[in-house]
Design a binder for this molecule. Structure first.
Ligand code: GLU
Ligand code: ZN
Length: 315
């Protein structure tokens, strides 16, 4: 078994990140597998080396150790996406050779105008640039993004928490971007290549990525990889129903640590809030490993109440 935690170093890690890191750690450690830490820094504008450094420190402080990754090495490295661009380039060439890749010259305004909003910011592309004749392409005066053309098929997978899915690609993702017009590789491409080439067998991550799973499974199959099994977990939300984000500095691991909160208290509180344990008390790492039960984990979003935080701080 090979699992992974794949954070993006775009801010200090917060309780939402800890929740998924903890569960990925738990799943792998309970089954005596190998845990990989991969730094997902392909968004060059938003990623910062100091956040990578901070997240390594914060994970170590929490006691969530990894077997392969930064500081550890391993046979599937490098474990930092900015050092893996040649692999993404090769994948693009394979897609090109299979005639699945095409340039899209649409402006941001056009993309915003088409289609219904889909899962928040994500909009389905209408295929406008697919099949554009070569001579017309030559006349375009903007740099294109690159899209993959998805077939009219459904992709089936069974999620460890949310059960079976059969997602029709033209409806869940449409033709999606694998390389942006500014030259950066897209998350969907990088994650499929990395999970595939790192031999990942188990992916555990936030439910916000459930709707990306079908396209990743499809991409991995096209590229000749065996897709892993997926377990999506509920999101942590605040009392007003918003997802925790890196912009809310109050709930970062650093701020909790500075206020004297113990690492085991944070993990115990998350385990209780997520339904993995039933008794409200402080658990030590070994106990969490032994007692946490994925079968009883909630599938609803988990509300992080202020009182809950106070309890943590005064524990
Ligand atoms: N890098 C993504 C994030 O920080 C996670 C991607 C994944 O687990 O597939 O949210
Ligand atoms: Zn287009």
């Amino acid at each position: 078994m090979r699992g992974r935690f794949a954070p993006s170093p775009t801010g200090y890690i917060h309780l939402g990140n800890v929740w998924t890191a903890f569960l990925a750690w738990l799943q792998v450690r309970q089954q005596k597998g190998t845990l990989i830490l991969r730094i997902e820094d392909i968004d060059e504008q938003r990623s910062k080396p100091e956040y990578t450094q901070a997240l390594l420190e914060d994970l170590a402080w929490l006691g969530l150790d990894w077997d392969e990754g930064p500081g550890k090495g391993g046979p599937y490295g490098p474990y930092i996406q900015q050092e893996r661009y040649s692999l993404y380039e090769k994948a693009l060439q394979e897609l090109q050779a299979k005639h699945l890749l095409y340039p899209c010259y649409c402006s941001r305004a056009r993309l915003q105008a088409i289609g219904a909003p889909h899962e928040g910011e994500h909009r389905l592309y209408d295929g406008h640039c697919y099949g554009m004749p070569e001579e017309q392409r030559r006349q375009m005066d903007r740099k294109p993004s690159w899209r993959v053309h998805v077939p009219h098929v459904s992709v089936s997978f069974t999620d460890g928490s949310y059960g079976p899915f059969s997602d029709y690609l033209p409806r869940v993702c449409g033709d999606f971007v694998v390389r942006r017009a500014d030259g950066l590789y897209a998350y969907q491409l990088a994650v499929a290549v990395d999970d595939g080439s790192m031999g990942i067998t188990h992916v555990l991550r936030g439910r916000d990525l459930l709707s990306s799973t079908a396209q990743q499974v499809w991409l991995m199959e096209v590229l000749g990889y065996t897709p892993p099994s997926y377990t999506h977990v509920p999101m942590l939300i605040d009392a007003s129903g918003n997802r925790l984000s890196k912009r809310q500095q109050g709930i970062t691991v650093r701020s909790l640590r500075d206020r004297g909160v113990q690492a085991d208290a944070i993990l115990s509180a998350l385990a209780l809030a997520g339904g993995l344990v039933s008794e409200r008390r402080l658990y030590h790492k070994g106990e969490l490993l032994r007692l946490c039960n994925f079968q009883t984990m909630t599938t609803h979003d988990i509300v992080l109440r202020d009182t809950w935080l106070d309890e943590l701080i005064h524990a």
